[in-house]
Design a protein around this ligand. Structure first.
Ligand code: COA
Length: 421
């Protein structure tokens, strides 16, 4: 692998996001403006938006979800950035991570010093069948979709292969969901601000109110094993194994390393960046891991000159619970076939040896697909600056990693961030 590095350093100096969720009464414009204003407020020494020289927007499919193509210049104008260059980056659910990388590369090339990265998706205005159909256009529509695949179906196939190959317990999937809901409950931006125990309690209360038999789940695992509480979506994926359909906007400000101190005394540096691609799932030799994620991770580690043992925490692409388990192996946090055991034994919890998805992840924080990769950066920014509130990791974490996957693994992008103060 060729040694890849930025020709000059790039730092994050501001980050903000809207709440993620289903917002029938809010427009894309409301969500992005909220994110932009929050980002602006986080720039310690202030930001004059007139200094922003270019805008990269991660968005999967505003054309299908909102009947609005050509989104980036329109969004740029909402926050007063016209006439700077504005471009939409589309790589399915990895759109946001790739937008971040393209923006970083534009700074590293010397072309710009100050670049805004956005992420935006408004998915919930369509009925679920149309959302599923729109998402499916990120797969191979010639062979895979006519065979009946949907995204829950792809990840169900991967889960089946993984569970079989490693003789893994399906309960490991439930542990990922419980942990991510625990984290999401501590994140006021999360779509599901409830622990699974809280969801169980409200379902019991609702049944009681309606005079229906009150379910007797003794704990979260029993609830998640009950198809009445957690219906099957595509075996072995049930409702609580899936990320939700979401609306959300995110904004992150990148600047050239040498001017970062004009904006803050505590920049977060991008020290590793990797990206890889692959064909459709049906063309791959393996279903139990994602080769492009391994490749992107190795590129990022090589550029940073570090390995998985040097990463304090990671936001990984848990579009389905199995995806988180595979990611923890693809990124080298655990050996192959050990990720499911790590999930079950608490090694990925906030107090575990490899904290994963402290934000709640896509599962609980929400997954406005093209925005998710930028949303991951907001969590890394907060954790590294020590402002993650109740979910703040102890011990002043120094390095965080983001892992963003498009489709069933056709695009993977990994970034490593470092605090130096
Ligand atoms: N996890 C947990 N609960 C969920 C949920 C999820 N992912 N999605 C919806 N719910 C809950 C809702 O809060 C609601 O609860 P309530 O009855 O207590 O109010 C209930 O389930 C029904 O919600 P609804 O919005 O009608 O669900 P739905 O059937 O329309 O959608 C899925 C459920 C799983 C089909 C949908 O979330 C989905 O398609 N997810 C995957 C998205 C995807 O593929 N993204 C791209 C990944 S690559």
């Amino acid at each position: 692998m060729a040694k890849q590095k930025f020709a000059r350093g790039v730092a994050v100096v501001g980050a903000g996001m809207s709440k993620f969720g289903a917002f029938p009464d809010r427009t894309s414009r409301d969500l992005f403006v909220e994110a932009f204003l929050e980002m602006k407020g986080t720039v310690d020494k202030g930001l004059d938006p007139g200094q922003i020289e270019a805008f990269y927007l991660g968005n999967f499919s505003s054309d299908q979800f909102e009947k609005q193509a050509h989104l980036a210049p329109i969004v740029a104008s909402w926050v007063g950035l016209s006439p700077i260059p504005a471009m939409r980056v589309e790589d399915a659910c990895a759109s946001g991570g790739v937008a971040l990388r393209e923006a970083a590369l534009a700074i590293a090339s010397g072309m710009y010093d100050v670049v805004l990265v956005g992420g935006l998706e408004k998915m919930t205005d369509l009925p679920i069948a149309e959302v599923t159909e729109a998402l499916a256009t990120a797969a191979d529509t010639q062979f895979e979709i006519p065979a009946g695949f949907t995204f829950p179906g792809f990840y169900a196939a991967m889960a089946t292969a993984y569970l079989d190959q490693y003789d893994a317990s399906p309960q490991a999937l439930a542990h990922v969901s419980i942990k991510n809901h625990e984290n999401g409950a501590l994140n006021d931006k999360a779509q599901f601000g409830q622990r699974i125990a809280d969801i169980m309690a409200s379902k019991k209360a609702r049944a009681e109110q309606k005079g229906l038999p009150v379910p007797e789940w003794k704990d979260e695992l029993e609830f998640l094993a009950d198809p009445k509480g957690n219906p099957n979506i595509a075996w072995p994926m049930s409702l609580f194994d899936c990320s939700p359909v979401s609306d959300g906007g995110v904004a992150v400000l990148l600047v050239a390393e040498e001017i970062a101190f004009r904006y803050t005394d505590s920049p977060i540096y991008i020290i590793g960046s990797g990206q890889a691609s692959d064909g459709a799932l049906t063309d791959r030799a393996t279903l139990s891991h994602i080769p492009a994620a391994v490749e992107a991770g190795q590129q990022a580690y090589q550029m940073a000159g570090i390995g998985p043992q040097d990463i304090d925490f990671a936001e990984v692409h848990d579009c389905f619970t199995i995806a988180e388990i595979m990611a923890t192996e693809d990124l080298g946090f655990f050996p192959r076939g050990e990720g499911w055991k790590a999930a079950m034994s608490g090694k990925t919890a906030r107090d575990g040896e490899h904290p994963i998805n402290t934000s709640g992840g896509l599962k609980a924080k929400g997954h406005p697909v093209g925005a998710s990769g930028v949303g991951q950066v907001v969590e890394v920014w907060k954790q590294l600056r020590g402002v993650a509130g109740e979910r703040q990791l102890p011990g002043n974490p120094r390095r965080g990693l983001t892992h963003n996957v498009g489709g069933s693994g056709q695009t993977c992008v990994v970034h490593i961030f470092e605090r130096r103060d």
